[in-house]
Design a binder for this molecule. Structure first.
Ligand SMILES: NC(=O)C1=CN([C@@H]2O[C@H](COP(=O)(O)OP(=O)(O)OC[C@H]3O[C@@H](n4cnc5c(N)ncnc54)[C@H](O)[C@@H]3O)[C@@H](O)[C@H]2O)C=CC1
Ligand SMILES: O=C(O)[C@@H]1CCC=N1
Length: 276
C-alpha cells in the first residue's frame, strides 16, 4: 500500500505545511512518508507527530518508495535539486502507470526544469509562506502540463485549509515569492526593531515584543478589511507637528521605502538565479 503523500525534504517548510494538516486530520501520520538528509532535523515544527511518521534518510534505498506515492511534495533547497535528479534518474518507472503529481515548493525552479527532471510526473509549482503553520498562509500555484482535475483538487486540498490560494501565471511566481514567502522575515525584522525602539524608550522587553506584534497585526487587519490605501492610513495617524510625522521624517531620511523596494526586487532576482 503506497503512502498517500511522499515528502522529499521534510525540513522547515514541509513541516510547516504538514503539521496543521496532521492537526486537522487531513492526513494521518501513517499515510506520510518523509525523506530527509539528516533525521535530527525533523522535530522543529512537527514535535510529537515526528514519532508517528515514516521518515527515512535520503541515502537509504528504501527512500525510493517515496516516488510511488500518488502525491509528492518536493521541498529540498534549490541547491539540493541535483542530488534528487541523480536519484530520480535511477528509478525504474513502471510502463503505463498513472503519473503522480509532484508539487515543488523550490524557490525559482521553473516548470520547464521540473518537467525535464521528472518526465514521469505531472508537476505543479507552489509558493507557500511560513504562516501556514497557523493556517494564515498564502500560496501561489502554477499548474504544469497534464495535471488532472483530481490532482488539482488534491493539491488545493493541501493548501486551502492552511492558506489563501491564488493561481498565478508562472512568470509572476518569483515576485510573489519575494513579497509573500520572504516577507515574513522582513516583517519579523521590523517587529523586532520596533520592540527595540520601545525598550529604548523605556518599556520592558516582553511588553514591547507583545505590543509590537499587536500593532503590526492590528494595522494589517485594518488595511485588509477597510481597503484603505496605505497612504490614507498614514495620513489618518500623522497629526500636524505631532509624534508620528516626527518619526516618519526620520524613516524617510533613513531610506526605509527604497530599502524595502530594493529588498523585494533583490529577492525576486535571487529566486530567478536559484532556479537556474
Ligand atoms: N522556509 C520558507 O519560508 C520557504 C521555503 N521555500 C522553499 O522550500 C524549500 C525548503 O526550504 P526549507 O524548508 O526552509 O529548507 P530546509 O533546509 O529546512 O529543508 C530542506 C530539507 O531537505 C532535506 N534534504 C536535503 N537533501 C535531501 C535529499 N537528497 N533527499 C531528501 N531530503 C533532502 C534536508 O535534510 C532538509 O530537511 C526550499 O526550496 C525553499 O526555496 C518556499 C517558500 C517559503
Ligand atoms: O529564503 C529562501 O530562499 C526561502 C524561499 C522563500 C523563503 N525562504
Amino acid at each position: 500500500m503506497p503512502f498517500s503523500i511522499g515528502i522529499i525534504g521534510l525540513g522547515r517548510m514541509a513541516q510547516a505545511i504538514l503539521t496543521p494538516l496532521l492537526e486537522r486530520g487531513d492526513f494521518k501520520p501513517d499515510e506520510v512518508l518523509g525523506v530527509v538528509g539528516q533525521r535530527s532535523s525533523v522535530k522543529k515544527v512537527l514535535g510529537e507527530f515526528s514519532q508517528d511518521l515514516s521518515i527515512v534518510s535520503s541515502d537509504n534505498p528504501v527512500s525510493l518508495e517515496v516516488w510511488n506515492s500518488p502525491i509528492q511534495l518536493l521541498a529540498v533547497k534549490p541547491q539540493q535539486l541535483n542530488d534528487i535528479k541523480e536519484q530520480v534518474s535511477q528509478l525504474e518507472i513502471v510502463p503505463d502507470r498513472p503519473k503522480p503529481v509532484l508539487i515543488s515548493i523550490l524557490a525559482g525552479v521553473n516548470l520547464k526544469r521540473l518537467q525535464s527532471i521528472f518526465p514521469a510526473h505531472n508537476c505543479v509549482r507552489a509558493v507557500p509562506n511560513i504562516p501556514v503553520i497557523v493556517r494564515s498562509g498564502l500560496t501561489g500555484l502554477s499548474w504544469g502540463a497534464g495535471v488532472t482535475t483530481d490532482q488539482r483538487l488534491s493539491v488545493e486540498a493541501i493548501f486551502k485549509p492552511i492558506s489563501e490560494v491564488l493561481e498565478l501565471p508562472e512568470k509572476q511566481l518569483d515576485a510573489f515569492l519575494a513579497l509573500t514567502s520572504s516577507g515574513p522575515a522582513y516583517v519579523a525584522v521590523i517587529a523586532e526593531a520596533l520592540a527595540d525602539g520601545a525598550v529604548a524608550a523605556g518599556l520592558p522587553r516582553s511588553l514591547a515584543n507583545d505590543l509590537s506584534n499587536m500593532t503590526l497585526a492590528g494595522s494589517a487587519k485594518l488595511l485588509k478589511e477597510s481597503n484603505l490605501h496605505p497612504g490614507e492610513l498614514k495620513d489618518m495617524v500623522a497629526s500636524p507637528a505631532g509624534t508620528t510625522i516626527t518619526a516618519l521624517r526620520h524613516l524617510e531620511m533613513a531610506g526605509i521605502r527604497s530599502a524595502l523596494i530594493e529588498a523585494v526586487v533583490l529577492a525576486a532576482e535571487r529566486s530567478r538565479e536559484l532556479g537556474c
